[in-house]
Write a protein of this length. Structure first.
Length: 191
């Protein structure tokens, strides 16, 4: 999960679960450029970003933070399609923190009716789940696909070029975590 990636977001065990912590130094070139997730000199002691999250929910909460952090890097469209579980942590967080309409569906075909008012019937921004290739096929030509982490099944260069799609990833989860209040953390931990 998180610790397998070379990022400053790490988890630490706590009494009743785990906590996600930011280990960015705040001083390196990546940090000063706003890419704290990709800090080149992470600290040993991290700063807690989340309250305690049950072990079985930690991966979903981490994925949700990364997904919404990636969404913040995309242009702000009127409608975002998030591929995944309608009641999952990514859906809950995206709906709470996005300024536009968020449509959540397991696949683009299921979301077709919800996207009927879009000019092409497809969203301009799609948040990928575990399969970024499916998100590339679901997004409008020239759109953006938000890829939360490198473990997703990625599309080929040919697929990106043919559909003129831009992939965006997360740069900073701290800004997202700071916007989450206690009630939303509770919803995420129990989603």
């Amino acid at each position: 999960m998180i610790d397998a990636m070379d990022v400053s977001l790490r988890m630490r065990r706590a009494v009743h679960g785990s906590v996600l912590a930011d280990h960015s130094c705040g001083e390196c070139e990546a940090c000063t450029a706003g890419s704290t997730l990709w800090c080149v000199a992470p600290t040993d002691e991290g700063r807690d970003l989340t309250p305690e999250v049950p072990e079985d929910r930690l991966a979903d909460v981490a994925h949700a933070l990364l997904a919404v952090a990636a969404l913040r890097e995309a242009p702000t469209p009127a409608t975002v399609l998030a591929l995944g579980d309608a009641d999952g942590a990514t859906a809950v967080l995206a709906r709470a923190l996005s300024s536009g309409r968020v449509v959540v569906a397991p696949d683009a075909k299921t979301a077709r009716d919800d996207l009927a008012d879009e000019p092409t019937g497809r969203a301009a921004v799609v948040v990928a789940g575990a399969d970024a290739r499916a998100a590339v096929r679901a997004v409008r030509r020239g759109g953006h696909v938000c890829v939360p982490d490198a473990t997703a099944l990625l599309p080929s260069v040919t697929e990106l070029v043919q559909r003129e799609v831009t992939l965006v990833g997360p740069r900073d989860v701290v800004g997202v975590a700071r916007r989450v209040d206690a009630d939303l953390w509770a919803r995420l931990a129990g989603a």
